[in-house]
Design a protein around this ligand. Sequence first.
Ligand code: SF4
Length: 66
Amino acid sequence: MAEKPDNEKYRTLSMCDFCSYEIEECGAKPVFARDLDCGKPLPDASAVLACDKYKSPVEILQKRFH
Ligand code: SF4
């Protein structure tokens, strides 16, 4: 039998922490953790889990310098 997930151990990464835009100004339509019904309460309901405007700072730097 599979071990029952321990919600205390779940961590939530927000795409905004790895994005070139600022969330207050980006104009995106993101999907927040609170929008997702995954059957367990996620610790950071305001985390962005999907986004229609995400821009990776790493990709931008790669294009600029290579
Ligand atoms: S574009 Fe998306 S990932 Fe980037 S800051 Fe805005 S909501 Fe967050």
